[in-house]
Design a protein around this ligand. Structure first.
Ligand code: MTE
Ligand code: MO
Length: 518
């Protein structure tokens, strides 16, 4: 009697391996079901992506900086993989904790599910319907878990005198893998079919009524090693907090302009594109650009004057801040003085280098305000403009230790030779880029070691809001060399050699590189 009881009890316990697998399979089902349902509503409601985006928003700024520095453009991929690893381990542990009773696993699923629901609920671009996605995850996860748990539990068969059914668990597990795979892939496919790319393809040519002056051939020294004057869209630097690129179709897009204005307005896509469009050549820069960094690019933006929109709405006295919101909830505060100044050329842009805005650069519409770092001027996927004061609203990066006012600082960069490159001794050309948006570059100087500053040859100026290229030729013997550059803008300001990091309002200091001649 005693022995039989013992056998019955131990047989009712699921093996560790199976229990862990059980947890992971339930997790996979939950994520796949949520992804599929999200694809029908808005892919950003997918619990996996929503949790990831939530994690990005909660990440301390130092860690975010570290991630960007260490993993570059792969920072988000690393986050997704890291999240997957954590989830798989947690699910396996929850499964193992449920070897005797399904209760611990069920509790874990409900907790997971709540995190998903919260992550989706806090996104301003997702409505109540989007909660169906994490709810689907919760239901699928619970159902699969309880079902597999029953199949994996050997006691029924044992009572009937049979072997614990290894096969039925494997068959059930394989079924779950296939089901989750189909749901997940189906969701991915559906999301792709409904994404912004097809809407963008349907936009057609955006013909500006006022085109930007043609870029002269001597506006860059690309043959020597500077960037081309206009940055091709595919090479244009990209910085944003979005884990999955927001997918907004023109037919779903609208822009609300409200707050301290006389007439509140809402525009749809046709309202904007049917207005006379202007084209402007503008160099954008990110405040996170280190001295010598690559977060600087130039494009021909097509759109309408932000100053016109604001004038139509009638900005009330006392307004200070244009607070803009992206469809993914990211926010940005720009000075009204800059946005509403007709001379500044601030834009609501819908086109970039002869095409509709690329999806990752803000399709259907974004802000571009010349002379200000992107985080205070360049809201992508913009859907809301509120005219307000600085005290009333705090934008995303202001809450994370970056400055309220962030005009772009005068900077220069050496592009050739490359750091630590070896080049033939003798005549050596050194060159690169410089920018001082709003002011314009007056001169760039370069020196070898602690030698005298040499004034460089500048490319032809396109306008004061764009970069300029420079180069100079030295006669260098065989050996190791260090070169430094510094720019002076048209206000007479020469770049300080004082090294400062990017936080809170942009890096300063001279770019220095070392190379060898042989
Ligand atoms: N919606 C949204 N817009 C955004 C950001 C963002 O994170 N989300 N980042 C800003 C920052 S910091 C910069 S530098 C520019 C970069 O624009 P780009 O990716 O088109 O180069 O976009 C700005 N607009
Ligand atoms: Mo930025």
């Amino acid at each position: 009697m005693h022995r039989m009881n013992h056998a019955k009890r131990s047989a009712a316990v699921i093996g560790v391996g199976r229990a862990g697998l059980l947890g992971v399979l339930a997790l996979a089902s939950a994520l796949a079901a949520g992804h599929l349902v999200a694809a029908l509503i808005n892919i950003n409601a997918s619990p996996y992506l929503a949790v990831g985006n939530g994690a990005i928003d909660l990440t301390p700024v130092e860690l975010k900086d570290f991630a960007v520095r260490t993993f570059g453009v792969y920072d988000k991929l690393v986050l997704l993989l890291g999240m997957a690893a954590v989830m798989v381990i947690a699910a396996a542990l929850a499964g193992i904790a449920s070897r005797r009773s399904p209760v611990p696993g069920a509790v874990a699923i409900v907790l997971f599910g709540l995190v998903g629901v919260l992550a989706v609920a806090q996104r301003p671009d997702l409505g109540v319907v989007a909660l169906l996605a994490p709810v689907a995850s919760l239901l699928a996860g619970t159902a699969v878990f309880l079902w597999l748990h029953r199949v994996a539990r050997p006691h029924d068969e044992l009572v009937e005198g049979g072997q614990p059914s290894r096969r039925s668990f494997l068959v059930a597990g394989a079924g779950v893998v296939v089901g989750a795979g189909v749901a997940g892939a189906g969701g991915q496919w559906l999301a792709g079919a409904r994404d912004a790319a097809s809407s963008r393809a349907a936009v057609g040519a955006l013909v500006p009524a006022r085109t930007a002056p043609a870029i002269p051939a001597d506006a860059d020294f690309a043959k020597l090693g500077t960037p081309t004057f206009l940055t091709p869209n595919k090479d244009f630097y990209r910085v944003d907090t979005a884990l999955s690129v927001p997918q907004v179709r023109t037919e779903d897009w609208s822009l609300r302009l409200h707050g301290m204005v006389e007439n509140e307005r809402t525009y749809n896509y046709a309202d904007i594109r049917n207005r006379p469009l202007v084209e402007r050549t503008i160099t954008m820069t990110c405040v996170s650009n280190e001295v010598g960094g690559s977060y600087v690019s130039t494009a021909n933006f097509v759109g309408i004057d932000l100053a016109d929109l604001l004038a139509e709405a009638g900005v009330r006295p006392g307004a200070e801040q244009l607070f803009s919101t992206s469809v993914d909830g990211w926010t940005c505060g720009s000075p009204v003085a800059a946005a509403a100044d007709p001379g500044r050329g601030a834009m609501l842009a819908i086109g970039m280098n002869g095409e509709p805005l690329p999806v990752e650069h803000g399709f259907p519409a974004r802000l571009v305000i010349p002379g200000l770092y992107g985080y205070v001027s360049a809201t992508k996927w913009v859907i809301d403009l509120e005219v307000t004061t600085w005290a009333a609203r705090r934008a995303y990066w202001l809450e994370r230790s970056w400055a309220e006012q962030a005009p772009i600082k005068t900077q220069s960069r050496i592009d050739f030779p490359k750091g630590f490159e070896t080049v033939p001794a003798g005549k050596v050309r050194v060159g690169g880029i410089a920018w001082a948006q709003g002011t314009g570059i007056a001169k760039v100087e370069v020196r070898v070691g602690q030698g005298a500053w040499q004034e460089t040859t500048l490319s032809r100026e396109v306008n004061a809001d764009t970069w300029r290229m420079w180069w100079h030729e030295f006669d260098l013997p065989v050996g190791n060399h260090q070169v430094t550059c510094r720019a002076t803008d048209k206000s007479g300001y020469t770049q300080t050699d004082q090294r400062m990091g990017t936080v809170p309002d942009g890096a300063t200091g001279w770019h220095v590189i070392n190379f060898t001649t042989r």
